[in-house]
Design a protein around this ligand. Structure first.
Ligand code: GBH
Length: 596
């Protein structure tokens, strides 16, 4: 691997990493607008603060992350047949669904429901959450290696993605397991810091060869690959040299990365996603103090500088794909839940609109409607962000082929207790700047119940609120008019306390997750029957995996993983999900088996 240039400021950051109780004595100042120094970092006075050092990728690991664990299996494993008894579904948990409209005694399905031909469905993952093999074959560190290895208190259980599900070596078996159930699509992400260990500069051919084989294996098993370019694992070097998504340089670096990936895998991939959930990774700024190069951008502004660069990077990448003749769809994945007004007061209605504007609207209004931010968000960001030029607006508008939504749940929104005005005029109000308050429960007058059963306590945001899904889909359809339809690109449920179960057979029987999938699929069928264009679904997740700060304690898999042996097992919910397509699909569900 070729070396990269690093600045003194990075080494100052390193000193702080090693001893988090002694913060940086000096402030090195990247801002989004100042000139670029030799190292690529933007600093107040480069001549005074910066020198250049030559570092190899291994040095980045040693300096900023430290030792990482490795798995016992560290070469690619071939697929083996799935034992037939594992493909037998569990005993039924439910009565057959009650058809809406005229009741037909003993009807086993609702004849007015149908997934249209071409509906695509599958399961999803993300590189850092499943791959492991952290340093294998030249991968450079990402900010998540630092967050989970170095930052005190960042993880609930001191767990990292070093080994995860070892999918870097076990992908053939993982693809074989989903193909054996007839799954149509596998949605995974590529690790940017595998392809570009420094985020920019030299390309790592071993990483490209790896993803060649992942994509080819999908195709061999009749599974369509869906690829996300960025699922939060920002190459550390880009954070350290110019503040990552806070710096304008990220736009061209992202486009350069996309160009390599599109050039290599091009038309083998029918569905591309640029970035996963910018609302989440932009709100992850500010990053914890003292572990990364400091920035002078005020903390409250940081998410919105990130968002600004995401919109530019995404839209440039979209146009790049079209100019390269990529024939798959290109979209970004956004996230959020249906926002239910807590009461019918006009203040709560405004709070709900503010919540849409600061969440889905942040990225969906520019890309689907206007090229610019929605009103309430714009009122805030116009105080500091540069206005998009007319040229930028037309570059941004119309750059998502489908509305790809990671829609897990719903919650209530209402005005802050002190009122909206008291919040928008007070920058230190805890709800500033969105000034939309939220709760998971109905009002006391309405009984005070939760919107639905709670997921695991490590996902306090998640409730099974499937009743609201038809309205949510209708809202997306009516608000953003996505011409290519809506895809639910992630949905899933953390079965409460699953980590406490000790017997595999008990873990595999996951009743609340099963009912979540069943009722969510019914909700989609209802929306489709009422004319909402839903085109695909991806269950999160293919396997239990690294749930970011919650480590492996919070389980989202439709397959169990024994983290000692890396053995996988289907959960009941996986069969429930597949059954929706057996019952209501136009296209047949066709299992594919290993031929060797
Ligand atoms: C997805 O985001 C991610 O794409 C995926 O990587 C992850 O594994 C999956 O969720 C399951 O969590 O705790 O109140 O601050 C879903 C959207 C947005 C939900 C951030 C959790 C935090 C809410 N996520 N949100 S809170």
């Amino acid at each position: 691997m070729k070396p990269s240039l690093l600045s003194l400021s990075m080494l100052a950051g390193l000193a702080a990493c090693q001893n988090s109780s002694s913060p940086l004595p000096t402030t090195i100042i990247p801002t989004p607008t100042t000139a670029t120094a030799l190292s690529g970092s933007t600093v107040a006075n480069p001549a005074a603060f910066t020198t250049a050092l030559t570092l190899h990728v291994e040095d980045l690991w040693n300096l900023f992350v430290g030792p990482v664990s490795t798995a016992a299996v560290n070469t690619t494993v071939s697929a083996t047949p799935i034992p037939t008894h594992e493909l037998i579904p569990p005993p039924g948990l439910f009565y057959s669904s009650f058809p809406s409209g005229q009741q037909i005694p003993m009807a086993s399905k609702n004849e007015s429901w149908k997934f249209p031909a071409g509906f695509w469905w599958g399961v999803a993952s993300a590189a850092y959450q499943v791959e492991g093999a952290a340093k294998a074959e030249g991968r450079g560190p990402s900010i998540w290696d630092v967050l989970l290895h170095r930052v005190t208190g960042y993880t609930v259980a001191n767990q990292t993605g070093d080994v995860a599900d070892n999918q870097y070596y076990l992908y053939k078996q993982d693809i074989a397991r989903i193909a054996a159930l007839g799954v149509k699509t596998y949605s995974f992400s590529i690790s940017w810091s595998r392809v570009f260990p420094f985020g920019n500069g030299p390309v790592n051919g071993l990483a490209l060869a790896h993803y060649d084989d992942v994509i080819n294996t999908c195709i061999e098993f009749g599974v369509e690959p869906a690829v996300t370019l960025y699922h939060w694992d920002l190459p550390l070097n880009l954070q350290n040299t110019y503040g990552g998504w806070l710096g304008p340089q990220i736009v061209d670096d992202f486009v350069a990365y996309a160009k390599v990936v599109f050039g290599r895998y091009g038309n083998k991939v029918p569905r591309w996603f640029t970035v996963n959930e910018p609302i989440v990774f932009c709100n992850n700024y500010p990053l914890p103090d003292h572990y990364f190069t400091n920035t002078l951008i005020p903390k409250i502004q940081q998410p919105f500088w990130c968002g600004h660069h995401v919109l530019l990077a995404h839209s440039k990448t979209y146009h790049l794909a079209k100019s390269m003749g990529i024939n798959g769809t290109v979209s970004f994945k956004t996230n959020g839940g249906y926002k239910i007004p807590l009461t019918n007061s006009s203040e709560d209605a405004v709070a709900v609109q503010r919540a849409w504007d600061f969440n889905e609207g942040w990225f969906a209004n520019p890309t689907f409607l206007t090229g610019d931010y929605p009103k309430y968000l714009k009122d805030f960001v116009s105080g500091f962000l540069p206005e998009f030029t007319d040229e930028e607006k037309s570059m941004i508008n119309g750059t998502s082929d489908v509305y790809a939504h990671d829609a897990y749940t719903s919650q209530f929104y209402m005005a802050p207790d002190s009122g909206i005005q008291a919040c928008t005029s007070n920058t230190s109000h805890p709800l500033y700047p969105s000034c939309a308050n939220t709760t998971y429960s109905y009002t006391t007058a309405d009984g005070g119940w939760n919107v639905g059963p709670a997921a695991d306590p490590l996902s306090p945001w998640l409730h099974k609120a499937t009743d609201w899904v038809p309205l949510f889909l209708r809202y997306i359809h009516d608000t953003w008019h996505p011409s290519g339809g809506i895809a639910i690109t992630e949905f899933g449920f953390a079965e409460p306390f699953e980590v406490l179960k000790t017997l595999k057979a008990d873990i595999q029987f996951d009743p609340i997750r099963s009912s979540y999938y069943r009722e969510y699929m019914e909700a989609i069928l209802m929306a489709i029957s009422e004319g909402v264009n839903v085109v695909g679904t991806l269950a999160w997740s293919i396997v239990d995996n690294l749930e970011w700060n919650s480590g492996y304690q919070d389980k989202f898999g439709v397959q169990y993983v024994n983290l000692t042996t890396q053995e996988r097992a289907y959960k009941a919910s996986f069969f429930e999900y597949v059954n929706a397509f057996k019952l209501y699909g136009t296209d047949p569900v066709t299992p594919h088996f290993v031929s060797s």
